[in-house]
Design a protein around this ligand. Structure first.
Ligand SMILES: Nc1ncnc2c1ncn2[C@@H]1O[C@H](COP(=O)(O)OP(=O)(O)OP(=O)(O)O)[C@@H](O)[C@H]1O
Ligand SMILES: [Mg+2]
Length: 296
């Protein structure tokens, strides 16, 4: 249980006029992150995990991370105490989604009990199911009947969470290149109200994500995206923050116990250093965020 006063507005980048934009995950519990390959989705998801783990305690926030591209992008996060696990294959993902679903159901039962017996409203910690390359979960890509059933079960759990996860605070952030009907059933898609649409391949993909064209015309700058939310009238063009590898390494190193057995040996966690910038040594929360140039 956590304190009600904690704020859930997350900075999600800057506009061309240097104004920081916030996304309130309490008001808009589920979101999708879409865009062509190389447009910046994974980097943005990594930023979100880093920012939220720095800002909230593990009692306030937990993550279930599903990375169907092999888990490498999110491997460093295994040491954040907020992260329940990083799941890399379809069977693992199904188990993880089921775990989130069960957490949600247990909470819903408890809410009823607390209301009836104690006339009290519990405030739960937030559990975010963050999925990268969610399209890989699609039943359309199944190779056997059994595989297909498993994927359908995952979609069933996800759609339940998308429908009723708001109150028990189980949220979905779903990253995929193209959330068409094959990769993301319409019933789930409609509930993912926060939209982070990076540059798309074409007009059709933009229409699938945003319900209008435009994302195909974004400048080809990684991290540039259109933000759509039921709380804002017009889509906002934003440059996303990212976390330089060296910064991430410095944040995580103190969390790694020295003589424990891990899923991934410490040496296998690689950090690319090319994004290192001067001044990164001073790791305050502000320094976690780097915003690229507008390029104009
Ligand atoms: N906000 C950003 N600022 C600066 N550079 C970025 C930003 N986001 C991404 N990049 C650069 O672009 C590269 C590709 O980004 P990323 O891996 O996030 O793309 P993606 O959309 O996940 O692609 P894919 O669909 O192939 O997984 C990153 O390795 C990084 O170098
Ligand atoms: Mg990616």
């Amino acid at each position: 249980m956590t304190n009600t006063s904690v704020g859930w507005s997350i900075p999600i980048g800057k506009t061309r006029y240097n104004k920081t934009v916030y996304h309130n995950i309490n008001k808009i519990p589920h979101a999708k992150v879409a865009g062509a390959t190389g447009s910046g989705k994974t980097e943005f998801l990594r930023y979100l995990v880093t920012y939220m783990c720095m800002r909230y305690s593990p009692k306030q926030l937990e993550f279930i991370i599903i990375d169907l591209k092999n888990g490498v992008s999110f491997a460093p996060f295994q040491w954040f105490p907020h992260v329940r696990g990083i799941f890399k294959t379809v069977p693992e993902a199904v188990k993880a989604v089921k775990e989130a679903y069960q957490t949600m159901v247990e909470r819903l039962i408890e809410v009823e009990r607390l209301r009836a017996v104690f006339r009290r409203e519990p405030v739960y910690s937030r559990l975010i199911v963050l999925i990268d390359e969610g399209g890989e979960l699609s039943p359309a890509f199944a190779v056997t009947e059994e595989d297909k059933e498993m994927r359908k079960t995952a979609m069933h759990y996800l759609s339940s969470i998308a429908r009723i996860g708001r109150e028990p605070r189980v949220n979905i952030i779903y990253g995929t290149q193209r959330p068409d009907a094959d990769t993301l059933p319409v019933a789930i898609r409609g509930q993912l109200e926060g939209v982070f649409c990076f540059r798309t391949e074409n007009e059709l993909d933009s229409k699938i994500v945003l319900r209008h064209e435009g994302a195909e015309k974004l400048r080809w700058i990684p991290g540039r995206y259109l933000y759509k939310s039921p709380l804002v009238k017009h889509d906002i063009e934003i440059q996303s923050p990212y976390v330089p590898e060296r910064v991430l390494k410095r944040l995580i190193e103190p969390l790694i116990p020295s003589n424990t057995f891990y899923d991934i040996p410490r040496d296998e966690v690689r950090f690319k250093d090319e994004q290192m910038e001067q001044g990164d040594d001073d790791i305050g929360l502000d320094n976690v965020i780097r915003i690229g140039d507008w390029g104009e």
